[in-house]
Design a protein around this ligand. Sequence first.
Ligand SMILES: Nc1ncnc2c1ncn2[C@@H]1O[C@H](COP(=O)(O)OP(=O)(O)O)[C@@H](O)[C@H]1O
Ligand SMILES: N[C@@H](CCC(=O)OP(=O)(O)O)C(=O)O
Length: 385
Amino acid sequence: MTDATVTRPAAARDAVSGARRVVVKIGSSLLTDDGRGLDERAIGEWVDQLAELHARGVEVVLVSSGAVAEGMVRLGWQVRPSALHDLQAAAAVGQTGLVRSYEDHFARHGVRTAQILLTHDDLSNRKRYLNARSALRTLLGLGVVPIVNENDTVVTDEIRFGDNDTLGALVVNLLEADALVILTDQEGLYDADPRSNPEAALIGEGKADDPRWAVVAGDGGRLGRGGMATKVRAARLAARSGALTLIASGHQPHVLSRLLDGESVGTLLTPDHAPITARKRWLAGQLQVRGRLTLDDGAVRQLRRQGSSLLAVGVVAVEGEFRRGDMVLCVDSVGEPVAKGLVNYDAFDARRIQGVASRDIAAQLGYIEAPELIHRDNMVIIGAD
Ligand SMILES: Nc1ncnc2c1ncn2[C@@H]1O[C@H](COP(=O)(O)OP(=O)(O)O)[C@@H](O)[C@H]1O
Ligand SMILES: N[C@@H](CCC(=O)OP(=O)(O)O)C(=O)O
């Protein structure tokens, strides 16, 4: 597939060097020294690089696998168990060691870390999605590096992500990160599985949604889940919110710094749409509308002209029964759609604060969830794509 190994316009790699918020995923295949326990030396080196990005002002979220693989080593198991309760036990045993290792290495740089264990429900239920999002944003705002993994100890087969490539991409969508960096045990995506095909050639760059990648990407190794197939899918998911995906070898010296400097390392998969457009498409297409807010003329102007968040003070009527995090439609005084977005208050409370200034919300409700009714990041203006 020679035409797949397309040239690498500097512009796309330049976009990588401009990334301000990055999700870095480190796979099981890399972390656990091929089943011999956590590779402390390698973890130390990745953390050095992550800390360097952090010091440059790049917001970093780490998605790390390795809980099950490390738990297996600690429990003396040679083969990855198939029974769910054994996997859950191994993850519980391994996760503590994994996070402690990262914490110790980041502490050398004076960088604080936090553990975030997510399940599928946390990202598909609107309220929990918003909670996860604000928790992660708060941590980033505090300069903390969140370390994310699937909460393997409580998930069941039907509801698990399974591989962390998918989880990494969903975290990218959640935070509208600029780039997803997937570190694995291969140099990147090849035009055939290099384990079985020594002639396989590295793909330097391509479009995330190119259907050819699904054909060439095979399954994973002994410890990893999903192989390249889930990495290619993750790139497509990340592209939904406009993010670039980089797939590269964690064994390459200074790989993260080099990638973020725009160097041509590994495989770069680019989104088709500019970030804002892609995010709007995603929001617009994503959710069912559960309610309707009628806005006064001032609020309509603010949304349309300034791209501002919607404040309760600009709402004159609330219809429907919705919960916090549901999608609602915003209309003007004659019922013309203005925007759609994820609402920060349920219908009952939204009625109580309609027309109320943000500073008076706490007094009105006895609590404040957010100063705005719909944050502009969670809103798409209708007809202004
Ligand atoms: N087209 C391909 N290009 C590169 N690697 C591939 C390809 N198809 C399958 N693979 C396999 O995917 C593996 C990486 O995935 P995986 O084992 O799940 O690792 P991780 O734990 O890093 O997610 C590689 O070791 C490689 O053998
Ligand atoms: N949550 C699991 C990760 C599963 C896994 O290995 O994923 P991947 O690194 O994508 O192959 C763990 O920590 O063991």
